[in-house]
Design a protein. Structure first.
Length: 199
């Protein structure tokens, strides 16, 4: 039986009616029916990462349930509705990854002089000023943000190791690091007066 089979669509309508009555068991049935296909056919192929696909799967059903009162059954059933939500979430993840990549690239260039601290004679005066400025900005950050930056960029630990030391999931660490970088940029502009790229 496929998701567009009339018998299947009739079953879905029963679930939707039960959901409208607040029957939580109907949601379990919808989840069991669609979670596997959404993960295998939509999210994992688009994201390429099992952990990210699992996170997006949970978010797909959260959004679907939240928007269910606005769902219009046009005879095509729940699959197109759920697949569209999942696809949009996958696109959101890719956009967030791109933003994170740009933020990391910017910070990498800013921190390059700091990696030369062991070769003081080779560091020009401008680099020394950058080091001092970075140290001042880091000191002004939330301690958790500062720790995330120090673990990832100064200690050069893997994302997995950073997450372990901070006792969070890798995906949570990624979000924490992105927020830390944004906070760093804001503090940099407040304290130094120019965005990091201009340093």
């Amino acid at each position: 039986m496929t998701f567009d089979d009339p018998a299947w669509l009739a079953k879905e309508r029963q679930w939707l009616e039960a959901l409208a009555r607040g029957d939580a068991r109907a949601f379990d049935q919808v989840f069991q029916a669609f979670a596997g296909p959404l993960y295998r056919r939509v999210l994992l192929p688009k994201l390429g990462d099992p952990a990210a696909a699992e996170d997006a799967l949970g978010e797909t059903f959260r959004k679907a349930l939240e928007r269910l009162p606005r769902f219009e059954d046009r005879g095509k059933g729940l699959w197109p509705y759920l697949a569209t939500i999942a696809t949009n979430l996958a696109h959101d993840v890719h956009r967030e990854r791109a933003r994170r990549g740009r933020a990391l690239a910017s910070f990498e260039s800013l921190l390059a002089p700091l990696r030369e601290q062991g070769q003081a004679e080779a560091v020009d005066p401008d680099h020394a000023q950058v080091r001092a400025a970075v140290a001042g900005v880091l000191e002004a950050l939330n301690p958790r943000y500062r720790k995330a930056i120090e673990l990832r960029f100064f200690a050069e630990h893997s994302r997995e190791e950073c997450a372990r030391q901070l006792e969070v999931k890798v995906a949570t660490f990624d979000v924490l690091l992105l927020r830390a970088l944004r906070s760093f940029r804001e503090r940099w502009q407040d304290i130094v007066g120019a965005p990091p790229e201009a340093a």
